[in-house]
Design a protein around this ligand. Structure first.
Ligand code: R5P
Length: 280
């Protein structure tokens, strides 16, 4: 088996090859003067099973992924498994107003058409999986987060909103810590209002856990309430750390920020490679 990774996931691709005993296959990846992309897979993959690792975020990664998949098909790969650690556009899985696109479907369809199966990781909603039109599986990134968080011995797990309740409850159970769920009202794309309810946190190490940190508004708002209530240490943990705009600044209220390598960045503290390798 070969593992091929696009530019969003060089490190994860190498880690995955090591975990699965596959060979890592490099890709020449460049741009023409007009900005169009060129890719060339560097090994002869004819007759081999190939796993591709690449996000559909940011936008340009989508074209890169499609070119890699097309190159593998053209080269006669026996099977193509596409791993999308962070699926961009998964948050628009339906239309909210007339005239909108189901963006998740627009992205999933061409990827699925060139893949034999597709794996996502803690995708925002399972509904997007059917859009690929081929066998799919969502890998649970929570296990790796929990494994990493055990070292901090948290005294409380906080879900920053109702949407995070289910998987925060699972994490709290495994961390043997109580769960507290906050209420959140989204004011606009960058602003939320959070209610903490009655919570006792004096001196505790508290983990706020979410699937995605984007602008950091959700976590910053919850973190401030917990600090004001006297929490000893506030950790913000997520699977997918986008950290856009001034998220880093907003998140200063937290003592530490921990995210996985589904999006590789400065807050990447743990890898989801073992979970992917197990699923493969
Ligand atoms: C919402 O459904 C998600 O679970 C996250 O809470 C949200 O994407 C976080 O966004 P932000 O960091 O911009 O508040």
């Amino acid at each position: 088996m070969f593992v091929v990774s696009g530019s969003t996931h060089q490190r994860l691709g190498v880690a995955l090859a090591q975990e699965t005993g596959a060979e890592f296959c490099g890709v020449i990846n460049k741009r023409f003067p007009d900005g169009e992309r060129y890719v060339r897979v560097l090994r002869n993959v004819a007759g081999h099973d190939v796993t591709v690792v690449q996000n559909t975020f940011p936008d340009e990664s989508i074209v890169e992924l499609l070119l890699i998949l097309e190159a593998l098909r053209e080269s006669g790969a026996k099977s193509i498994t596409t791993i999308i650690p962070y699926m961009g556009y998964a948050r628009q899985e339906r239309t909210f107003q007339r005239g909108e696109a189901i963006s998740a479907r627009a992205v999933a369809r061409p990827v699925g058409a060139l893949s034999d199966r597709v794996f996502t990781v803690s995708v925002h909603t399972d509904e997007v999986l059917s859009f690929f039109g081929c066998p799919t599986q969502d890998i649970d990134g929570l296990q790796e987060a929990v494994r990493y968080l055990k070292g901090f011995k948290p005294g409380l797990v906080v879900a920053p909103d109702e949407g995070a309740r289910e998987w925060c409850a699972r994490a709290a159970k495994e961390l043997k810590a109580p769960l507290h769920v906050m209420s959140k009202v989204r004011v606009d794309d960058r602003t939320v209002e959070t209610g903490s309810g009655k919570v006792t946190v004096k001196g505790l190490t508290v983990v706020i856990l979410d699937d995605i940190i984007s602008t950091g508004g959700t976590i910053a708002s919850a973190g401030r309430l917990l600090k004001d209530a006297g929490a000893g240490q506030v950790l913000a943990a997520c699977t997918h750390g986008l950290f856009i705009e001034d998220a880093a600044n907003r998140l200063r209220v937290c003592d530490d920020i921990l995210s996985s390598d589904t999006l590789e960045g400065v807050y990447t503290r743990y890898s989801i490679a073992p979970a992917i390798a197990a699923a493969l």
